[in-house]
Structures are given as structure tokens and as C-alpha cells.
Design a protein around this ligand. Structure first.
Ligand code: GLN
Length: 479
């Protein structure tokens, strides 16, 4: 049996029916990860011994007929920004090169309690800042669909691990597109849930008002199953409201008949690759054939999203990264210097990469006296307008359909020296973070060159069930 090709739901059934064991599954994925990692660089750490011990414990539970959950015994990969008890967690920064957390992130402990097996930690842009993993201190992750191109970012390692059959599912974070963009570039399903739907406790903060936890899977149904295990209030994260967690699989097969699907014209404008645009327009036709009503809509403030993000994100990032001073958090500098200021200067100078330094400078600037109102406060106001656009459009339609990334995967080095070009790659994913609404990227074809294309579905806050329902309808129709 081709264990590598199974979905999580199929694996779960296979484990229950005793077709294979968790140890078998875990060995197969570890072997594939080792075989491909030299080329792809998806993992920065494989925790083989721990994984096999977890798998054997899971098999013992199945043997007794007492699995902990539907996810018991299923292997998974974790972005190296999730704190893992006793296992190095670097955020792919030299600053945290030797950091071993004393506790698990809430998302990790929920998965652990469900019986999930952790294969290892995946590559990412340093502190989740980037869209290609080229800002990782471990070097970039390459795309399994075409290893001469990058996997996207910042959660590129997790996307490549799932698309490259090196993990059945993987965890990531999305602040401006870091789950959806690499999912789209690598050809897997990526979910950014509603802001606050999954606890962020124990996951290093990038920009706190935008950060979300989510995951990569091969299928939409798997995405629903995993959200079920992770969603909910956590007393350790005050931004997780006590909103009821529905049964995410209940409406999965309901179809789209009668649903209103909006195509926001701003998301198909200049800058979107014609092959990407055509692929997403073809999806709209599929939905129409399934009985949905498709119409053009407008979100006029979309054009401000990137500018707003690159003020709010660096402002929050610069504050969050202030704790990494080589004393409270982060590595000691090689040279300590004469004064405490020298010490900070050396610790932060050595520990942070160039992109992080650029963002700290921007963030500090927009928060400084005299500029705070002109930049930061203004950006907050425009953010509200972006949110208002979504509120208005969801009075007209049930769901939005857009491209995820305006372009398919690119070559390493192509954008690294042009930060603005790199930032524009997130133009279509950032608005959902600004508004706090959930969004799902689903594969919808390939370019003539064979590179994956992803479509993005967006729905109102806390309606992930609808996202899955609509995503699944397409997946089922095209096979
Ligand atoms: N690529 C975006 C950035 O560089 C998004 C990052 C993210 O979502 N973590 O900020």
C-alpha cells in the first residue's frame, strides 16, 4: 500500500482497521524525509527517536482499542516557530540557534494529547518574515514540484513537507500569507483560520494583531479534521474568544448549489499572472456548473492593504522582537563589549539577519514621536476601512473566490534584492489578515511550466465550515 499518498482521514481509518501501524507510517515518512531533505531542505530538524517512541505508544493504545482521537498515530511536521518541550526551536534565526523551550505551545500540546506523532521541525523565513524562506539562517526550502524554484514562505518548509510527501500534515503560521502563499506555490491545501480561532500561546509572535496558526494538508477534509483538534478558547491567549467550535466535517459534502460566490475585481487586476487568472476563472465556471451563483464584486480598499501591512506589521514586530537582547532571550554575543549598550548592539547585530533589521528600523520609525500619528495611527484607520469592505461584501455574497498568489513559484535570488517585489507577492493574502477573516488556499491547476496554482476562498469570521464546504465541492468535482 502507498502509505505516502494517503490523506490523513484515510490513514486514520487504516490505523483503526489495523491495515498498518503508526510505527510503519512514521518510518515511511521519516525515510522519505531523509531521502529528499538534502535537495529540498524542508526540515531543519528530524526528531526520529522521539517520533518512533510516540508511534509505538500510539500502537499500544490501538492494540488496547483505546486510541486518543481520530488523529492518534498520525505523523505531523511543525514549523520551527512552535515551542516544543525539550526540542530545539530556532525560528530559523541565529538569535535562537541554541534555544530549547521548557514547554509546548498550546497547539502542540493539543496535538500531543490527540496522539499525533511529531516528525520534526520545518524551515521558515527568520521569525516568519519573508515569502520565500530565503531569509532562513538554514538556507531556502526548494519546491517539490520544481526544485529549481523556491517553496514560498514564510512556512515554506511545512508546505514542501506536505506537498513532497515528507509529512501527512504540517503546522504553520500566517500573518500576511505565510500559510496560503507557500501552499499555493507547492500545491497543497493551506488554512488560515479566523484571527483567534487557534491559540497562539507558545508560538513566537511576529505581529500580534495579525498572527494566526494554521495547517497544510493534502485535502480539504483533512484541513477540517485538524482544525477540529486545534480550535477553541485558551486561557493562555486572550485573543481566543469563547465562540462555539462547530463540527467542521458536518457540512463538508453539502455542495455549493444556491451559494453566492463573489469574484472581487481588484484581485484579478494588474500584476496577476494571466495563467493564474485563467485558472481561477476556470474554477468559477466549475462552481457555476455545480449550481452556485457567481458574480463580480468590489473591495475598493484592497489596493492599500500592502502599504497598511508594512506599517502595522513592522511596528508590532519591532516591539515583539525587543525582548531578544542576548540577556532575557536570545544568544549571547561573541564579543560582549564595554557597556550594556555595546552588549545589546552586538547581540542584536550578530543575532538578526538583514530583513529583520530592516523591519525593526521601519517599525521603530513609524512608532516614533512625530511619526506615530502620520503613519501608525493612519494605517490603523485604513485597516478598519479594509475590514469594512469585507463586512459590506459579505452582505452581497457568501464567499469570495480569488487567486492566492499573483504569481507561481519563482527562482531563488529573483526577488531577494528587491524587497518591494517580494512584498507584493502577498498583495492578495494580506487583506484577510487585516480583516481577521478565514481563508483557504486550494490547488486549482498548474502552469504550462508545471508549477502549481492555488485559489483562495474567503468567508466571514468564524465560518470555516463554509470554507471547507466550498473548497471540498471543487475538489470533489475535479477529482
Ligand atoms: N510574506 C509576508 C511577510 O514577509 C507574510 C509573512 C507571514 O505571514 N508570516 O511579512
Amino acid at each position: 500500500m502507498d502509505l505516502l499518498g494517503l490523506s490523513v482521514r484515510e490513514m486514520s481509518k487504516g490505523l483503526r482497521d489495523k491495515q498498518f501501524t503508526s510505527a510503519e507510517l512514521t518510518r515511511v515518512f521519516l525515510a522519505e524525509a531523509k531521502r529528499r531533505n538534502d535537495e529540498l531542505n524542508a526540515y531543519v530538524l528530524l526528531t526520529e527517536t522521539e517520533a518512533l517512541a510516540q508511534a509505538e505508544a500510539s500502537d499500544a493504545r490501538y492494540a488496547e482499542g483505546k486510541p486518543l482521537s481520530a488523529l492518534d498515530g498520525i505523523p505531523c511536521a511543525l514549523k520551527d516557530i512552535f515551542n516544543t518541550r525539550g526540542v530545539r526551536t530556532t525560528c530559523c534565526s541565529k538569535m535562537l540557534e541554541r534555544f530549547v523551550p521548557p514547554y509546548d505551545a498550546t497547539a502542540v500540546s493539543k496535538l500531543r494529547d490527540a496522539g499525533v506523532v511529531f516528525l520534526g521541525k520545518t524551515n521558515m523565513d527568520e521569525f516568519a518574515c519573508g515569502g520565500s524562506t530565503e531569509h532562513s539562517c538554514f538556507g531556502p526550502t526548494m519546491n517539490p514540484a520544481d526544485p529549481s524554484t523556491i517553496a514560498g514562505g514564510s512556512s515554506g518548509g511545512s508546505a514542501a513537507a506536505v506537498a513532497g510527501n515528507m509529512a501527512p500534515f504540517a503546522m504553520g503560521t500566517d500573518t500576511g500569507g505565510s500559510i496560503r502563499q507557500p501552499a499555493s506555490l507547492c500545491g497543497c491545501v493551506g488554512l488560515k483560520p479566523t484571527y483567534g480561532r487557534i491559540s497562539r500561546s507558545g508560538v513566537t509572535s511576529m505581529a500580534s494583531s495579525l498572527d494566526t496558526i494554521g495547517h497544510f494538508t493534502k485535502t480539504v477534509g483533512d484541513s477540517a479534521l485538524i482544525l477540529q483538534a486545534l480550535a477553541g478558547h485558551d486561557p493562555r491567549d486572550a485573543t481566543t474568544p469563547e465562540v462555539l467550535v462547530p463540527d467542521y466535517l458536518k457540512d463538508l459534502e453539502k455542495g455549493v448549489k444556491g451559494l453566492k460566490i463573489g469574484l472581487p475585481k481588484e484581485y484579478f487586476a494588474e500584476g496577476v499572472d494571466p495563467e493564474v487568472r485563467d485558472a481561477v476563472m476556470a474554477v468559477a465556471k466549475v462552481y457555476e456548473s455545480l449550481g452556485a451563483i457567481v458574480k463580480e464584486v468590489s473591495l475598493p480598499c484592497t489596493k492599500y492593504a500592502v502599504a497598511v501591512y508594512y506599517i502595522i506589521m513592522p511596528a508590532e514586530l519591532s516591539a515583539n522582537l525587543a525582548r531578544f537582547d542576548g540577556i532575557r532571550y536570545g544568544s549571547r554575543p561573541k564579543k560582549e563589549g564595554e557597556s550594556i549598550v555595546d552588549y545589546y548592539y552586538n547581540a542584536r547585530g550578530e543575532g538578526f539577519g538583514a530583513e529583520i533589521k530592516r523591519r525593526i528600523m521601519i517599525g521603530t520609525y513609524v512608532l516614533s514621536a512625530g511619526y506615530y500619528d502620520a503613519f501608525y495611527n493612519k494605517a490603523l484607520k485604513v485597516r478598519t476601512l479594509i475590514k469594512n469592505d469585507f463586512d459590506a461584501v459579505f452582505k452581497e455574497v457568501d464567499v469570495l473566490l480569488t487567486p492566492t498568489s499573483p504569481i507561481p513559484a519563482f527562482k531563488p535570488g529573483e526577488k531577494i534584492n528587491d524587497p518591494i517585489a517580494m512584498y507584493l507577492a502577498d498583495a492578495l493574502t494580506i487583506p484577510a489578515n487585516a480583516a481577521g477573516v478565514p481563508a483557504l488556499s486550494v490547488p486549482c491547476g498548474v502552469t504550462a511550466a508545471g508549477l502549481p496554482i492555488g485559489m483562495q476562498l474567503i468567508t466571514p469570521q468564524f465560518t470555516e465550515s463554509l470554507l471547507f464546504q466550498v473548497g471540498r465541492a471543487y475538489e470533489k468535482a475535479v477529482g
